[in-house]
Write a protein of this length. Sequence first.
Length: 490
Amino acid sequence: MENAWATPPPRPTSATRPTRLTRAALGIDLHLEPAAGPGLRRGLTDALREAVRSGRLLPGTRLPSSRSLAADLAIARNTVADAYADLVAEGWLTARQGSGTRVAAGVAPVRRAEPPAGTAAHRPAYDLRAGFPDVSAFPRTEWLKAARRALTAAPNEAFGYGDPRGRPELRTALAAYLARARGVRADPGRIVICAGFSHGLSLLGGMLRARGADTVAVESYGLDEHWQLLTAAGLRQVPLPFDELGTDPAGLAKGPAALLLTPSHQFPMGVPLHHDRRAAVVDWARRTGGLVLEDDYDGEFRYDRRPVGALQGLAPDEVVYLGTASKSLAPGLRLAWMVLPPAVAAEVTAFKGGVDTCSAPEQLTLAEFITSGAYDRHVRAARSRYRRRRDALVRALAERAPAIRVTGIAAGLHAVLLLPPGTRERVIRAAADRGLAVESLTPRHRHPDAAVVPPDALVLGYGTPPDHAWSGALDILCAVLSDPAVTGAA
C-alpha cells in the first residue's frame, strides 16, 4: 500500500494562505498627496507641514505610524520616518515613546484675514428668536437608555435600506400616541416618517405639482421658509384673510388645490382657529376635493385650557396631519411624520422614493422612547418648565413695561409682543446693542401678498434660552422695552 504521506502537501501561496492583518493595516487613515519623484521625502514633508499650517491637522492630532503611512502611500518606511524627524526638528510635530507622533500643541494654523470692521457677524449673548426649544434640556440619559434597548432588540434588517414610509416600530408607536394625545385617527400604514417638517412639506408640494396643481392657500401669517418651499415646488400661494378668530376660509372659493394651516395654535399670532371656521375648512375640503395640510408644530404645549384637538380627527380623509419632534425634543433629530389620507398615501410614499431616508437607529430609539412612557414624562416636564417661563415673561412685562401687550400665550413656545407704533426698529437695534437677539413680526412672518396690516410687534421665543440664561435675557428685554428713548412716541 502506498504511503499517503510520501508526497508532502504543497506549501501555501499568497493566493491560498490566510490573510493576516498587520499593524500597518490597522493604522490611522491620513489623506496626503506628496509630490512624486526623487524629492519624495521633501514632498511628503511639505504636504504634512501644509496640512498642519492650514489647520486640517489640529494640535494634538495623532499621526499614523511610519510603517502604516508608508504602507498606505506605497513608499519606503525610512522616507516617512525621515519626514517625521524633519518636522519634529522644526517644531511642527512631537514624538514620544508610547504616545506616537502628534501635531505639536503650540502650533496655530494660519488664519484668513478678518473681515473689515463692522462686517463681522457677532453671536448674541442671549437669543429670544422664535422657533426653537431649549435644546440644553434634551433628555440625554433617557434617550441613551432608549437607544440601548431599541438597538439591542432591533432585527438585522433594520439596518438595511428600509421601507420608504419609515420603520414600522415608530409608525406603530406614533399611531397610538397621536390617537391618545392629539385625537388623530392614524393607521401605521398611512404614516410616513420624514426628515423634519420641511422635508414633509417639500414632498407634499412635489406631489401636488405632479397632480397638476398650481395654487395653494396659505395663512397671512406664517413662516417664510414654508412659503419658499412651496414656491420651489412650483406652487403659487394665495394668502387668506386673518382676524381675531384666526384664518378666514372664505377666500377658499377661488379654488386652490390645498390649504396649509396651523389650526390648533396659529403661527405666529397664537390664536386657535374658531370652531365655525374649522367646520368651514372641512366642508370646503369635502366639497372640492381640496387637501388640508395641518401643521401641528407645538400641539403638546398648551397651558391655560384643554388642548385643542387636531383638525385631522374631524376629517381624516381630507387632512394631512404633520407633526414633528423638533419642538418636543430637538430639531437636530430631524424626525417628523405625516398621517396621510388613504387617497394620497401611496402617491406621497412613491414620491419620497424607494428607500427610507431617515436614520433607522433614531427612529427605533424614538419608538422605544414613546412606548416606554419616557416621551410623555419628558413632554410633561417641558410643559411645566415652559409655562413657568411664560408666566415670568408676562409678570415681568406687566411690572416693568406695562405699555407692552402680550398675546398668543395660551400655548406654544413663543409670544407676540405688541409694541407702540413706529418703535419696532428701535427696539430691535437697542436689543442687539445689549447682546439680545429678537425678531419682528414682519417681514419674515407676513406673506408678501397678504392684505392684512401687521402691527409693530416682536415674535418672542421664550423657549429658546437654556435655564441659566433665561433670567438674564428677560432682564435685558425688560430694560429695552421700559426705556422711554426706545419705546417712547415715534
